[in-house]
Design a protein around this ligand. Structure first.
Ligand code: SD4
Length: 317
């Protein structure tokens, strides 16, 4: 069995490509890296890699992580600027004995020393988004934390190896140096080939409060199906946050077990994700929570066409 699941529609091209590889025996680590890199490289995905939205100071600071579910090795970078593929730097860091999680200037120095491609990651389009949002925020007091999507992926290969990877520009208009859940093991991602893996997108500050990716893997280890594990963990954290703090931020999780079964849960409307397995063509689904359970619907061609048009639409300030 091989399988792959990822947050959001933006992952589908990467998943489609990586799954061709998995079908021919590709390693789970190579598959997630390849697929995440495709998302990082595509300029019209405005929350990951090249074209990612900048922080408050109009600087693109990127977070990424990689985890090997066989060895439990983890590598991560946070607040890294001007490198093309943070996920590959994170993967390289997972091979080190220590110093596996580097931030800012330290991460950049490591990347430079190891020959990673330096690239200006701020596009003209991202700058326009920034100008527009800055103006709106000043005029209408909009929350800067709208319009943020992390790509998180879990892969399973024919040898039963599982891997996880994440990559994000974090929350739009974040403070310089702010780090979310995506680079943090247990919160933004977790994978254990003996069980399964999970990865998150949403408000990092709240996802971290529940170490929610680890919680889902823990529930799967107890024997829960990924769908049940996701629903339980998301509902519980959502409820606790509301009880203790009055509100819960966006929480969306995707999970895969080592049999290739998957699950997804969200507390937002119309959360999209991409999945493919040996038995299922690459598919984009749209999820919604109904009575405490997350229901998935295959995205219609009409929806997919509207999405493609939306991400390339001119930005008017
Ligand atoms: C963060 N979780 O930095 C990321 C952002 C995100 O959908 O996933 N948005 O908090």
């Amino acid at each position: 069995m091989w399988a792959m699941i990822a947050t959001w529609r933006m992952a589908i091209e990467g998943i489609t490509e990586a799954c061709k590889g998995l079908n021919e025996g590709m390693d789970a680590g190579d598959a997630v890296e390849l697929a995440v890199k495709m998302v990082e490289d595509y300029p019209f995905y405005k929350s990951v890699g090249y074209g990612g939205l900048p922080n408050e100071n109009c600087e693109v600071e990127l977070d990424a992580a990689y985890m090997d579910g066989d060895t439990l090795a983890i590598g991560a970078v946070a607040g890294i600027r001007d490198y093309a593929n943070p996920v590959s730097i994170a993967r390289k860091l997972s091979d080190e004995k220590v110093n596996n999680f580097l931030v800012g200037a330290g991460a950049e120095a490591y990347a430079h020393k190891n020959g990673f491609e330096r690239k200006n990651m701020l596009t003209d389009r991202a700058k326009l988004h920034y100008e527009k949002r800055k103006k709106e925020t000043l005029e209408k007091g909009l929350s800067p934390y709208i319009g943020h999507d992390t790509v998180g992926m879990i892969s399973l290969d024919e040898n039963g190896k599982m891997c996880a990877a994440t990559s994000t520009s974090g929350l739009f208009m974040k403070k310089r140096g702010r780090i979310g859940d995506s680079a943090l093991s247990g919160s933004g991602f977790y994978v254990d080939s003996e069980v399964g893996g999970a990865t998150a997108t949403g408000l990092g500050e709240d996802l971290m409060k529940g170490c929610i990716s680890y919680e889902i893997v823990r529930l799967m280890k107890e024997g829960k199906h990924p769908q049940e594990a996701c629903d339980i963990a998301v509902n519980q954290l959502d409820k606790e946050l509301i009880r203790r703090r009055g509100k819960a931020g966006d929480l969306s999780l995707v999970a895969l077990n080592n049999k290739g079964e998957w699950g997804v849960a969200t507390n937002i409307a119309d959360f999209t994700f991409s999945v493919a397995t040996k038995n299922e063509e690459p598919t984009v689904y749209i999820s919604n929570r109904v009575d405490g359970k997350t229901i998935h619907e295959v995205a219609s061609q009409e929806w997919l066409d509207a999405y493609a048009a939306r991400i390339k639409a001119p930005i008017e300030i």
